[in-house]
Design a protein around this ligand. Structure first.
Ligand code: NAP
Length: 349
């Protein structure tokens, strides 16, 4: 764990690319050396190739890096991908074929049978799909993905309850505008308003949740046999996706059993003290009016999920609220934690 691993970003000039750059600052394992984007940006200094949208200005460590085209050749073996979804499929595959480890935030490969959709606290064993992926596709590299930004908040809220047999989930989201990238939703559509539709978001939440919480079965993941129904809404919040959840549980645990399960929930990233792992992945808040995005999303470097208001549900068994930072735990931070888990498994050697 002593030698720093050189890394790069596919789609470094975009919104998620900038979040990767910011999140990787000071990472003790990964050394950001290479930035890739489209041919519109290639050949320019990073500072000239994009407009920096995050607080604090363009970090000095990347400002003078010359942006490269997203073609295998010069990039380090480990790449984080924040590529536009319209081009990510072929470009990520080309890099994996050329021997790169592509840790992707894009949606393109998440639901492929041999691609891990990883949340290190929930399904670290899904990395066992990788040897089969390499065998089947003839790749020396690999693709590993992280979930959609609202799915990760839901699954972290559900993860402590999995032991009680989740059979039905109804989730309603209140999703921040930063999840729509830049410039995102027009101000006239979102200020003082709620938009009750986010394209393909409900389908993604339903399918991804079943895969993430499913079981590794040799060459595929057996999805969690729970019905999941999602209602997705965009609200006038800058950062932090909130989800309200009702859940049916087969073993009919008591409220105290659930609270105990949430309090004691931990995972491999915590046991191995991975650099980006929050000390507690799920934090229960006692206050009746918490968690709230403005007050809680940034806590724990944006890497924890906050749960509150756990109570009986008159339709299913229990209901609660969960919150997570959509561009950190829901995007860049999720992918970096995935790569840290992979390094701790010896997969980046
Ligand atoms: P974005 O701001 O539009 O950035 C897209 C990036 O892809 C830019 O670096 C762009 O480079 C690059 N790109 C576009 N066409 C390319 C090509 N032909 N070859 C190589 N690079 C190309 O998008 P974003 O909001 O960061 O989202 C990136 C990905 O993350 C998407 O798949 C999105 O669905 C996913 N995601 C986004 C969020 C979010 O909060 N925004 C959250 C979760 C997941 P140029 O600057 O040179 O055009």
């Amino acid at each position: 764990m002593q030698t720093r691993i050189e890394t790069g970003i596919l789609g470094a000039t975009g919104m998620v690319g900038q979040h990767f750059i910011k999140f990787l600052q000071g990472n003790p394992w990964f050394d950001l050396k290479w930035l890739g984007a489209s041919d519109r940006s290639a050949g320019k200094k990073y500072r000239d190739a994009m407009t920096w949208h995050l607080p604090g200005g363009t970090p000095d460590s990347v400002a003078d890096i010359t942006v490269d085209e997203c073609k295998p050749g010069n990039a380090p073996r480990l790449l984080f991908s924040a590529m536009d979804a319209s081009v990510a499929t072929d470009i990520e595959r080309a890099f994996a074929q050329a021997g790169h480890v592509v840790v992707s935030n894009s949606r393109n490969h998440r639901m492929e049978r041999d691609v891990p959709l990883l949340v290190p606290e929930i399904n670290p064993d899904h990395l066992k799909l990788v040897p089969g992926q390499q065998r089947l596709r003839g790749w020396t590299g690999q693709i590993v993905t992280n979930p959609n930004c609202s799915t990760i908040v839901l699954t972290m809220g559900l993860a402590p309850l999995k032991q009680f047999g989740i059979t039905k989930v109804i989730v309603t989201t209140l999703q921040a505008i930063s999840g729509a990238g830049y410039p995102g939703v027009a101000s006239m559509d979102i200020v003082g308003n709620v938009v009750p539709f986010i394209g393909m978001e409900e389908e993604k939440m339903e399918m991804e949740t079943q895969k993430i919480m499913g079981e590794f079965r040799g060459d595929h993941i057996e999805p969690l046999a729970a019905k999941v129904s999602a209602h997705c809404n965009r609200v006038a919040v800058v950062d932090g996706h909130t989800v309200t959840v009702s859940v049916e549980l087969a073993s009919k645990p008591s409220l105290a059993d659930l609270r105990n399960a949430i309090e004691n929930f931990t995972g491999v990233p915590q046991q191995r003290q991975l650099p980006s792992a929050p000390p507690k992945p799920v934090i229960y808040m006692e206050e009746a009016n918490r968690p709230q995005p403005r007050k809680d999303a940034e806590r724990e470097r944006g890497m924890a999920a906050f749960v509150g208001r756990l109570r009986a549900c008159p339709v299913l068994d229990y209901k609660f609220v969960a919150l997570g930072h959509n561009t950190i735990r829901g995007a860049a931070g999720a992918a970096v934690l995935n790569a840290e888990l992979m390094h701790s498994e010896g997969m980046l050697d």
